[in-house]
Design a protein around this ligand. Structure first.
Ligand code: P1T
Length: 382
């Protein structure tokens, strides 16, 4: 099956009992057994639920993986990956990544003696230098949140080969429509399914997809034993979202590029961060790795470099809603320094380039003329 067919049919079949074309929302915590231990394959919904199972099968299908798992949030999916590790293990992570992932790594898992090294993944040789005998996981985000840096997944996966190091890719920004980390050599894909997979800003959810069944089994054990599962109704919402993923991401990419080009020529804007612009330092890699488009995420700074301008702009833009999150059909705008990345200490933020005048846009699927008008309304006030 090709990608568009997979989003609709991958791992999904009419419900056997009634023939319902859409998998029903199985609102049940438990399942009747004929005799102790003799059951239909379902015992208790923390272990497995048919609606979640359909979503998990669909996730594996669209990411070309062996096993999919659906979690209560993107962060709980990440939490499950870290629980594969033991005290003393080392993790190399991108220096630019979602603030909540950074907070979990540093504030929750360092106290269990996991050691995190944050390095710039734009140049794989920097990652190579950071590998030690204790390295067990390389955590990639590409494009990164919020600076839209790219990571060469194939090059990073080669570094980990034969070293017993897992390569995990947070594929939230790109989605499997644009980028398939497992095909490029990664062991594991993570999603905040809250974003493009769900696609309608109506659910918080997370996903893991593994290259091998063996790794899938280990993570299923953690999911079952720790319990951060996605409920059946939320599973249904994500499953429904996935059916239109390709159409939506095509339009997000089209609008994203137009917004990036508009910003790039705007006199009040200094830097625009978007992998589909020829001015992006990794444009060639973007063309190779994200071959169907570049997505809907665009960040930029102001010529003045002043936070006040960013704030005033965000207070006056139209159509775009000032809110955290991304990847829904509607356009959102965000001020990373005081919203999504506020959990990173100020000095570290400055060091990484998350300056106070940085604005991040999640470009939705509205008409482009209205989006440009909405942004112009903000610029007119500064
Ligand atoms: O919010 P949650 O579903 O738990 O996912 C966390 C997460 C993980 N990875 C990436 C790349 C993310 O962007 C996120 C969540 N991000 C936002 C809420 C945001 O506005 O950036």
């Amino acid at each position: 099956m090709k990608f568009n067919t997979k989003t609709i049919h991958g791992g999904q079949h009419p419900e056997p009992g009634t023939g319902a074309v859409n998998i029903p929302v199985f609102l049940t915590s438990t399942f009747a057994q004929k005799s102790p231990g003799i059951h239909s394959g379902y015992e208790y919904s923390r272990a497995a639920n048919p609606t979640r199972q359909a979503l998990e099968n669909a996730l594996a299908s669209i990411e070309n993986g062996a096993r999919g798992l659906a979690f209560a949030s993107g962060l709980s999916a990440t939490d499950a990956v870290l629980k594969l590790l033991n005290p003393g293990d080392e993790i190399i992570a991108c220096d630019d990544l979602y603030g909540g992932s950074y907070r979990m790594f540093t504030k929750m898992f360092e106290k269990y003696q996991l050691k995190f090294r944050f390095v710039d993944f734009s140049d794989p040789s920097t990652v190579e230098k950071a590998i030690t005998e204790k390295t067990k996981l390389i955590w990639v985000e590409t494009p990164t949140n919020p600076l839209m840096k790219l990571v060469d997944i194939t090059a990073i996966s080669r570094l980990a080969e034969d070293k017993n190091i897992l390569v995990a890719v947070d594929n939230t920004f790109a989605t499997p429509y644009l980028q398939k980390p497992i095909d490029l050599g990664a062991d594991l894909v993570m999603h905040s399914a809250t974003k493009y997979l769900g696609g309608h800003s109506d659910v918080v959810a997370g996903a893991l997809i593994t290259k091998t069944l063996e790794l899938g089994e280990k993570l299923h054990f953690i999911q079952f034993a720790s319990g951060a599962i996605l409920g059946p109704h939320d599973s249904y919402l994500v499953l429904r979202g996935i059916k239109t993923l390709a159409l939506r991401v095509e339009r997000h990419s089209e609008n994203g590029l137009k917004v990036a080009r508009y910003l790039e020529q705007h006199p009040k804007v200094s830097n625009v961060f978007y992998p589909g612009l020829k001015s992006h330092p990794q444009y060639e890699l973007a063309e190779k790795q994200m071959n169907k488009g570049f997505g809907g995420m665009v960040s930029f700074r102001f010529t003045s470099g002043r936070k006040e301008e960013a704030v005033r702009f965000l207070e006056h833009i139209k159509i775009f809603t000032l809110a955290e999150s991304l990847g829904g059909v509607e356009s959102l705008a965000n001020h990373p320094a005081s919203m999504t990345h506020a959990s990173i200490p100020e000095d570290k933020r400055q060091e990484k380039g998350i300056t106070d005048d940085l604005v991040r846009l999640s470009v939705g699927i509205e008409d482009i003329e209205d989006l440009i008008m909405g942004l112009a309304a903000g610029f007119d006030k500064i």
